[in-house]
Design a protein around this ligand. Sequence first.
Ligand SMILES: NC(=O)c1ccc[n+]([C@@H]2O[C@H](COP(=O)([O-])OP(=O)(O)OC[C@H]3O[C@@H](n4cnc5c(N)ncnc54)[C@H](OP(=O)(O)O)[C@@H]3O)[C@@H](O)[C@H]2O)c1
Length: 261
Amino acid sequence: MSVETVLVTGASSGIGRELARRFAADGSRLILVARKGDALEELAAELRKAHKIQSQVFTADLALPETPARLLAHLQAAGVKVDVLVNNAGFGAHGRFAELPLQRQLDMLQVNVTALTHLTRLMLPGMIERHHGGILNVASTAAFQPGPGMAVYFATKAYVLSFTEALAEELAGTGLTVSALCPGPTATNFGAAAGGRFRPLAKRASMSAESVARAGHRAFRSGRCIAIPGLGNRLLAFSIRLFPRAAVRKITKRLNAACPD
Ligand SMILES: NC(=O)c1ccc[n+]([C@@H]2O[C@H](COP(=O)([O-])OP(=O)(O)OC[C@H]3O[C@@H](n4cnc5c(N)ncnc54)[C@H](OP(=O)(O)O)[C@@H]3O)[C@@H](O)[C@H]2O)c1
């Protein structure tokens, strides 16, 4: 079989960069996508050197609705077929829905939900035809409950988890794998980009991007649908089901309350 091609969105930092490193260690060819072209080029060079693989960069803004189609056209022109799509690019915003800028929240929907769905729809038919590959979507433990104080972000991740589980079931028996990686607090640029400070509790409980990526990569390779890295995060995701939903909303609101700088 020819060398597997893995496309990772949001590969310029954090969990996406570590996921790219994991797939490169498998010997896969990498397509790295994000806005920060320099960071992508640096990673591509590192992966080529460390693993003797091919790695290419596509610098693009996934908040632009035309990006997924542009990306597919670019791949087709280069004769590249994607075997594994890692939808990792995403961001959050701390604050009340009515007070956060509208455009920032619409961009969040576009990156976290629409681009992820669009890329999946563009690349899945080829995978089904070849009976090989799959999708690894990066959701969050935020997917398991509503998130007052980060309302749109939590809702986007609930979508990602629900979509991934449904897709996994639709594709059962096709030879494809569809997985959702649901990290809890992870030490990346996410907190700074979201505009809030990491709360002391979240900071203490945070995992490294490397260990989160290892868990996601392992789950995908073993065909598992949902991966929640870290025992504490797994217990939290499970215990939420035991509490009344009204109580869960209130607790999450307190946890999401922005810290003054
Ligand atoms: N860190 C956490 O605590 C945590 C917890 C649960 C889930 N997650 C999820 O993990 C994923 C990765 O986040 P991270 O923690 O690794 O944060 P990060 O270090 O900020 O990485 C986010 C990545 O997404 C890319 N991205 C953001 N907006 C983009 C856009 N408009 N177009 C293209 N790429 C874009 C960024 O690249 P550019 O800036 O170069 O475009 C970057 O590579 C996200 O989906 C996030 O929701 C994170």
